[in-house]
Design a protein around this ligand. Structure first.
Ligand SMILES: [Zn+2]
Length: 127
């Protein structure tokens, strides 16, 4: 039963870690686009150097950056380490939220507060 499984701390924390990576990737996109007043919906993410649209291989949090050696797969331009660092920070924050809270409403509020703080950090780092 999903409800019982959610009460197991390590299952909850692992779920938080995975969701944190996904939302961390979203936060890095916000940190790039919001200060530039770009849409957060379209167009698809692309390399700032060669403007090649990123494919699925380029969008896996942390792993894509590690597998490409921190460079664009097409033009080999360096990609800032702030992307994987923010993804890890978001994952850790979500793991903490899922560890200390056990009700979905508390977890949601804690994760939204974390996302707000990390989005502000992402914007500050992208300057
Ligand atoms: Zn490129």
């Amino acid at each position: 039963m999903p409800t019982d499984l959610f009460q197991i701390v390590w299952v909850r924390v692992a779920l938080g870690g995975i969701l944190g990576l996904i939302f961390g990737s979203f936060i890095t996109m916000l940190g790039y686009r919001l200060p530039r007043r770009l849409s957060i919906v379209r167009p698809r993410s692309s390399c700032p150097a060669c403007h090649h649209a990123l494919g699925m291989k380029d969008l896996f949090p942390i792993f894509s950056w590690l597998m490409s050696g921190g460079r664009c797969r097409h033009c080999k331009a360096p990609i800032s380490a702030r992307y994987p660092i923010l993804e890890v920070l978001t994952s850790l924050a979500f793991m903490g939220c899922f560890f200390v809270s056990s009700t979905p409403s508390c977890i949601t509020i804690a994760c939204l507060c974390s996302m707000l703080a990390l989005t502000i950090l992402s914007i500050l780092l992208s300057r």
